[in-house]
Write a protein that binds this ligand. Structure first.
Ligand SMILES: Nc1nc2c(ncn2[C@@H]2O[C@H](COP(=O)(O)OP(=O)(O)OP(=O)(O)O)[C@@H](O)[C@H]2O)c(=O)[nH]1
Ligand SMILES: [Mg+2]
Length: 226
């Protein structure tokens, strides 16, 4: 992924500056089910055996949010997660993040701390959620409470890519939050970019009293009961 991204049109991230494009990234250890969750949501199908992702995959999804057309790019990792770290370009301009762990492997839950830390270094304010995957393998796990993220007010979902539990709900809510965030960015750099854009517009249109977008944080939906 760290190669010459500029030569691949799909990886030109300037497109995420346009109103109708959002970028959603997925974080979590290898084999927690990130790719399967995206496949489940996008194709509503589930293939139990598939080799892990060795190259970056972009899943494009066209939808409408509050009557507006939106193109969502879901970014799936290139196996860099084995090193518990991603290339900065993975985070660049992301509007939301889905953090996944595997309920059958405790270490994947523990590692969320490192994932979250890295995410916030690059994207301090974007909406994020915590996803407990593979609940089909042990339904009793839904009685347990997983408190990571509670402090930060992150929504939590028990899901299964295998049988589809909560997959559509989780993705729909995250798309909505990504779009809300995009309309009201609260990251300092996003604000700077927005101001620069307004400035450029003003220059083109001549002097006027152009307004700068406000910077209130996107509201988080109510957390699932654990
Ligand atoms: N039982 C069960 N198995 C799942 C579920 N989701 C994924 N798996 C299995 O877990 C394994 C890993 O799934 P992937 O989607 O490839 O995981 P990943 O996080 O994309 O892994 P990397 O690409 O290596 O980072 C596969 O063998 C899947 O079949 C689930 O909901 N339930
Ligand atoms: Mg994968």
């Amino acid at each position: 992924m760290a190669g010459d991204a500029s030569s691949i049109p799909e990886l030109d991230q300037d497109k995420y500056d346009s109103d109708e494009q959002v970028k959603i990234i997925c974080l979590g250890d290898s084999a927690v089910g990130k790719s399967k969750l995206m496949e489940r949501f996008l194709m509503d199908e589930y293939r139990p055996q598939q080799v892990s992702t060795y190259a970056l995959t972009l899943y494009k999804y066209l939808t409408t949010v509050e009557d507006k057309s939106v193109v969502v790019d879901f970014w799936d990792t290139a196996g860099q997660e084995r090193f518990l770290s991603m290339h900065p370009s993975y985070y660049h301009k992301a509007h939301a993040c889905i953090m996944v762990f595997d309920v059958q492997r405790k270490v994947t839950y523990k590692n969320l701390t490192s994932w979250y830390k890295e995410l916030r270094e690059f994207r301090p304010e974007i909406p994020c959620c915590v996803v407990a995957n593979k609940i089909d393998a042990d339904l009793k796990v839904t009685q347990k409470s997983f408190n990571f993220g509670k402090k930060q007010g992150l929504p939590f979902y028990f899901v299964s890519a295998a049988n589809g539990t909560n997959v559509v709900k989780m993705f729909r809510e995250m798309i909505k939050r990504a779009v809300d965030y995009k309309q009201n960015p609260s990251d300092f750099m996003d604000e700077v970019m927005q101001e620069l854009e307004n400035f450029e517009l003003e220059k083109e249109e001549g002097p006027s009293c152009g307004a700068v977008k406000s910077a209130s944080p996107a509201p988080a939906p109510a957390e699932d009961d654990l």
